[in-house]
Write a protein that binds this ligand. Structure first.
Ligand code: SF4
Length: 359
C-alpha cells in the first residue's frame, strides 16, 4: 500500500534541492570534521554525497569556521547548511559566504536589530532558516510552564521562534523538534504537523552507536514517517556520518520514499540453502549501494520458493546445485555457473538501473 505523504507543506529550496510540498524526504547528514579544516571537511562531504546525502550541514562554532564557508561551498556539489548557535555575526558571515540555509533559533539571537539583520540577509540571498527545537534545551519560560520537556512545550517553543520570523515577513522556514526520547519525539512531530505549515526536518537526537542508534532512529522516525510526516531527515549516530546516510536511505526505501536507491531482497536462509548466501548478499548490497535507481534486487539461497516469492524483484539470483538461476520478475531467464553468478548479476543490475534512468 502506498504511503500517503504529507505534501501540503510550504515548499522551499535549499540550494537546488526542493524541500516540502512533495512526496519525498530529503536525506541530510552533518560533518564531523573541524569546519575550518577545509580539506578534511570537503573530503567528508564528498563521501557523504557519494553515499546519497542530498544536503549537508556543518557546525559553525567560531570565526575560523565561518571564514571557511566560501571555500567549502566552492568545492562541493550538494547544498550546504551552516549550523549556528546564538551568534548573529557568525550567521551573517555564513550567509555572506554562500550558505544555502542556516540553522539558528531566532529567539536565541538577542536584540531585535540583530534578528532583523540575520533575517534580512537570509531574505536577500533567498535562503531558508531552520528552527531547531531540542527537548534538552527548551527555553526557561516553557520549562517553567510545563515542568519538564513535553511535546506541547516543544511545539510551543517552535511556534515562538516561528512567530519571530513571520513577524519579519520571513516564511522560508524549516522546523525540527528533536528529542532522544523516542515517544516524546513522535508526539512532538505529530502535534507539530497539525499546526505548523512549514516542512519538518526529522531527527531522533543522541540516538547512540551504529547498531543501537539505527534501531532507535528507525523505530522513532518510522513511526513519524508512517503518518506521512517529514520533508527532510537526519539519522544521528555516534558513527561515521556515511553510516547515517546509509541508514536513512534504508529507512526511506522501506516506506517507498526514496526515488534514488536500489533495494536488496535476501532470504533469511534455511536448511535448503545451496550457496554461500550471506557472503553473496553482503557483496550485492555493497554493489547496489551506489545505484541511483529504485530497482529491487533479490538474492535467494535456493530455487524452491525463491523466484516466486521474490516476484516483485526486478532481477535476482537463486542458488541451485553448483549453479545459480537468474530470474527477472519471478521468471527464470537463464542458468549461470556458481563462480560467476555474482558478476553476471551485477551486469544485469547495471542494465536494469540504466533502463530506469533512461525512462
Ligand atoms: Fe530457505 Fe530457499 Fe527460502 Fe532461502 S529461498 S529461506 S534457502 S527455502
Amino acid at each position: 500500500m502506498a504511503l500517503i505523504h504529507r505534501k501540503n507543506t510550504r515548499p522551499l529550496k535549499v540550494g537546488n534541492v526542493m524541500v516540502g510540498g512533495k512526496d519525498e524526504v530529503v536525506i541530510q547528514s552533518m560533518t564531523t570534521t573541524k569546519t575550518h579544516d577545509v580539506d578534511a571537511t570537503v573530503k567528508e562531504i564528498e563521501r557523504l554525497e557519494e553515499a546519497g546525502c542530498q544536503i549537508v550541514r556543518v557546525a559553525c562554532p567560531d570565526e575560523r569556521a565561518a571564514n571557511a564557508i566560501p571555500e567549502i561551498k566552492k568545492r562541493i556539489n550538494i547544498p550546504l547548511v551552516v549550523d549556528i548557535h546564538f551568534n548573529y555575526k557568525l550567521a551573517l558571515k555564513a550567509i555572506e559566504g554562500g550558505a544555502d540555509k542556516i540553522r539558528i533559533n531566532p529567539g536565541n539571537i538577542g536584540k531585535r536589530d540583530k534578528v532583523e539583520a540575520v533575517v534580512n540577509a537570509a531574505k536577500d540571498k533567498g535562503i531558508p532558516i531552520r528552527i531547531g527545537v531540542n527537548a534538552g534545551s527548551l527555553e526557561r519560560h516553557i520549562l517553567e510552564k510545563y515542568g519538564y520537556p513535553t511535546a506541547d512545550g516543544m511545539v510551543e517553543s517552535a511556534l515562538h521562534h516561528i512567530k519571530i520570523l513571520e513577524d519579519l515577513d520571513f516564511h522560508d522556514i524549516v522546523v525540527s523538534l528533536k528529542a532522544s526520547d523516542v515517544k516524546l519525539a513522535i508526539e512532538a512531530y505529530e502535534k507539530a504537523a497539525e499546526v505548523i505549515p512549514y516542512p519538518l526536518h526529522l531527527g531522533i537526537t543522541e540516538s547512540g552507536t551504529l547498531f543501537a542508534g539505527s534501531i532507535k532512529s528507525a523505530a522513532g522516525m518510522g513511526a513519524i514517517l508512517s503518518k506521512g510526516i517529514g520533508s527532510t531527515m537526519r539519522i544521528s549516530l555516534s558513527a561515521d556520518p556515511v553510516e547515517e546516510v546509509k541508514v536513512a536511505k534504508e529507512l526511506l526505501k522501506t516506506f517507498g520514499l526514496a526515488s534514488n536507491a536500489a533495494t536488496l531482497i535476501s532470504c533469511p536462509t534455511c536448511g535448503r540453502i545451496e550457496i554461500d548466501l550471506i557472503k553473496i548478499a553482503n557483496e550485492v548490497e555493497e554493489y547496489i549501494s551506489t545505484i541511483k535507481a529504485p530497482i529491487k534486487v533479490a538474492v535467494l539461497g535456493c530455487a524452491v520458493n525463491g523466484p516466486g516469492e521474490a516476484r516483485e524483484a526486478d532481477i535476482g539470483i537463486a542458488g541451485a546445485r553448483g549453479e545459480g538461476l537468474l530470474f527477472r520478475h519471478g521468471e527464470i531467464i537463464r542458468k549461470v555457473p556458481e563462480d560467476t553468478m555474482v558478476e553476471e548479476l551485477k551486469v544485469e543490475v547495471d542494465k536494469i538501473a540504466e533502463e530506469y534512468i533512461q525512462k
